[in-house]
Ligand binder design. Structure first.
Ligand code: ZN
Length: 247
C-alpha cells in the first residue's frame, strides 16, 4: 500500500476548504453488492430490457419480477463497509461536505452520510407512475407485484434511473453546484465513463480542484485529471486515510 501518498492525501483533505467525495460501484463491492450492473452502475450495464423505461411502462409485472429478483431480494440486507463508514465520519468531522454517488444501494445513508446526491436514484424509494406519490419501500409488500399506489392505484416504479430515463434534476443540479465549490474531489470506485458522471471530475479539475482517485486499477481518469492515484480497494485505502485523519 502506498502509505506515503495516502498520508499526503490525508494532508490535502485536512487543508481543503470544500472537499467532496464521488463514488461508484467499486465502493459497494465489499458490501457484497453484486456486479450485475456493470462497472459503474446502471448506465454501464448491458441494457437488460426490463430496465428500459418503455418496457417497464408497457409490462410492469414482467419488469418488476426481474427487478425484485435483482435488486430487492439482494440489497435489503447489505451493510455499509469501512469505506462508507469513513466517509460518513469525514462528513461528521467536516473533512468532506458531501457525497455524490452513482450507486442506488442506500449504503452511504446507512453508514450515516447526510449530504448524499444520488445520480441514479435510490432503490428504497418508489414513485407512482401516475400521480408521482412517493413511498418508502418498507410501506409496500413486494409479494404482490406490481406494487400499486395507495392514492390512485397507479403502478409504482423504483425511484432509480432506468435506461432512456433522464438523471434526476435535483441530484444533477446539486452535483454541479458541489463541483463548482469544491477544491478537492475524492473519487472512489468509479471510472466515471458515462455522462454526466464522466463530466464531473473534468469540471472539478477545470475549476482548480485537486483530484484524488481511489480504484483497484488505473482508469481513463488516472492519466487525464487525477493528481494522486491510490491503488487498492475502497475500504483498505479509506481505512488508512481515516487513520491519518484521526477519525
Ligand atoms: Zn398514484
Amino acid at each position: 500500500m502506498d502509505l506515503v501518498n495516502i498520508k499526503k492525501v490525508a494532508e490535502l483533505i485536512r487543508k481543503a476548504k470544500y472537499a467532496i467525495a464521488f463514488t461508484g460501484a467499486g465502493i459497494s463491492v465489499e458490501s457484497g453488492i453484486p456486479a450485475f450492473r456493470g462497472e459503474d452502475g446502471l448506465w454501464n450495464a448491458h441494457h437488460p430490457i426490463y430496465l428500459e423505461i418503455d418496457f417497464f411502462l408497457k409490462k410492469p409485472l414482467q419488469s418488476w419480477i426481474k427487478i425484485k429478483e435483482l435488486f430487492y431480494d439482494k440489497l435489503g440486507d447489505t451493510l455499509p463497509n469501512t469505506a462508507h463508514e469513513v466517509l460518513a465520519k469525514m462528513e461528521e468531522r467536516s473533512f468532506i461536505e458531501s457525497v455524490i454517488t452513482q450507486n442506488i444501494d442506500n449504503l452511504h445513508q446507512k453508514a450515516g452520510s447526510k449530504n448524499v446526491y444520488e445520480l441514479h436514484g435510490n432503490y428504497k424509494k418508489l414513485i407512482c407512475t401516475d400521480c408521482s406519490s412517493e413511498y418508502d419501500i418498507s410501506f409496500t409488500d413486494l409479494n404482490y407485484l406490481p406494487p400499486t399506489c395507495y392514492v390512485c392505484k397507479g403502478i409504482l416504479k423504483p425511484d432509480i434511473v432506468f435506461f432512456n430515463e433522464s438523471i434526476p434534476k435535483y441530484a444533477i443540479n446539486k452535483s454541479y453546484e458541489e463541483i463548482s465549490k469544491t477544491d478537492l474531489m475524492l473519487i472512489i470506485g468509479t471510472h466515471a465513463e458515462i455522462l454526466p458522471a464522466a463530466e464531473l471530475p473534468v469540471l472539478a479539475k477545470k475549476n482548480g480542484a485537486k483530484i484524488i482517485e481511489v480504484n483497484i486499477k488505473k482508469s481513463h481518469l488516472t492519466n487525464s485529471v487525477t493528481d494522486v492515484f491510490l491503488e487498492g480497494t475502497a475500504s483498505e485505502i479509506l481505512e488508512k486515510i481515516g487513520e491519518f485523519l484521526y477519525l
